[in-house]
Design a protein around this ligand. Structure first.
Ligand code: SF4
Ligand code: SF4
Length: 199
């Protein structure tokens, strides 16, 4: 039964005496190999050498803290709904009294997980987030031996307060302007001065 229409008729042409020697083919192959010695290498010795990433490169996610170190994520679930790969899962919990310094909103993500094996790094979770909580960074997701290790929980996703991650390269002027609107002011993380300096 024919499964595709990509079948090819195999040639039954007999080799010439020269072709039977294989020498021309070997020399042709060697010339190609040698020519590459004089060309710029297409590879780098990673991880010692690293290529410059584009400013818009989308790598490992982080969950941002606000200016006071509280988690911005309010477990609304919009990122999970927007995710075409169904890579995000979370469980919400209610903030208790005295936890205001930990969680910015009354509801927060008790657990938040991203399966990096499912993720296609499309950035839709970042776009969907109304709280400016999730961002994709220029970090490359680590290689692992176990599949379970690719499921990143809050321990890997929430940024450290003493090691804030700059995501301004991922911010366009349009996003910055959106944050300055009165009804979206809760998202403001840039000042007018920063926007002028950037453009
Ligand atoms: S980057 Fe895309 S695929 Fe990955 S978690 Fe976000 S929405 Fe899902
Ligand atoms: S990261 Fe943003 S979109 Fe996702 S649950 Fe948290 S607040 Fe909602």
């Amino acid at each position: 039964m024919q499964l595709t229409n990509r079948s090819k008729v195999v040639s039954d042409k007999h080799q010439t005496a020269l072709e039977k020697l294989y020498l021309p083919a070997v020399l042709k192959g060697m010339s190609i190999t040698i020519s590459h010695l004089f060309k710029r290498s297409a590879t780098v010795k990673y991880p010692e050498q690293k290529r410059a990433m584009a400013g818009v490169y989308r790598g490992q996610h982080i969950l941002k803290l606000d200016e006071n170190g509280a988690e911005r994520c309010t477990a609304c679930g919009l990122c999970a709904v927007a995710c075409p790969a169904e890579a995000i899962t979370m469980e919400s919990a209610e903030r208790k009294k005295g936890e205001e310094h930990l969680y910015r909103e009354e509801k927060y993500a008790q657990t938040y997980e991203i399966n990096m094996l499912r993720c296609i790094f499309c950035g839709l979770c970042e776009e969907a987030c109304p709280k400016e909580a999730i961002f994709l960074t220029d970090r490359i997701v680590n290689t692992e031996f176990e599949r379970d290790d690719f499921i990143y929980g809050k321990d890997k996703l929430v940024e450290k307060i003493d090691k804030r991650i700059d995501v301004t390269k991922r911010q366009t002027l349009e996003v910055a302007k959106f944050k300055q609107l009165a009804d979206t002011k809760h998202n403001t993380v840039w000042t007018g001065k920063q926007i002028k300096g950037k453009h």
